[in-house]
Design a protein around this ligand. Sequence first.
Ligand SMILES: [Zn+2]
Ligand SMILES: [Zn+2]
Length: 116
Amino acid sequence: MIDRRHAPTAVRSPYRALVTEIDWADGHVGKYPHEVLRGYCPCAGCQGHSAEIKFVGGGDTSIKTIEPVGDYALSFEWGDGHATGIYTFRYLRSLCRCDECVPPAEKDARPVLPRS
Ligand SMILES: [Zn+2]
Ligand SMILES: [Zn+2]
């Protein structure tokens, strides 16, 4: 059985938006500031082969396209053409920055994350 926490039902990323929303099957509405999505790109080019994922600032944070990868992940193409990050649904869920997942006082924190 699939874990509803890791099953997206809708992705909203309007042109020029700064935040993408993902609805999850358990009813959670995830908020994903594009700066956070880009900075936590999990690809080897951004992260090397570290077991952890760190925030890497400075990349283009406009989203050109969002594509499904199989039935387990999304990939984002950024304004500068970077598109090698595969964001598994489990990983995406962990990046959520809604008030429930990350209290407002901690919104600017950029902790190192485990690979999941
Ligand atoms: Zn990357
Ligand atoms: Zn959340």
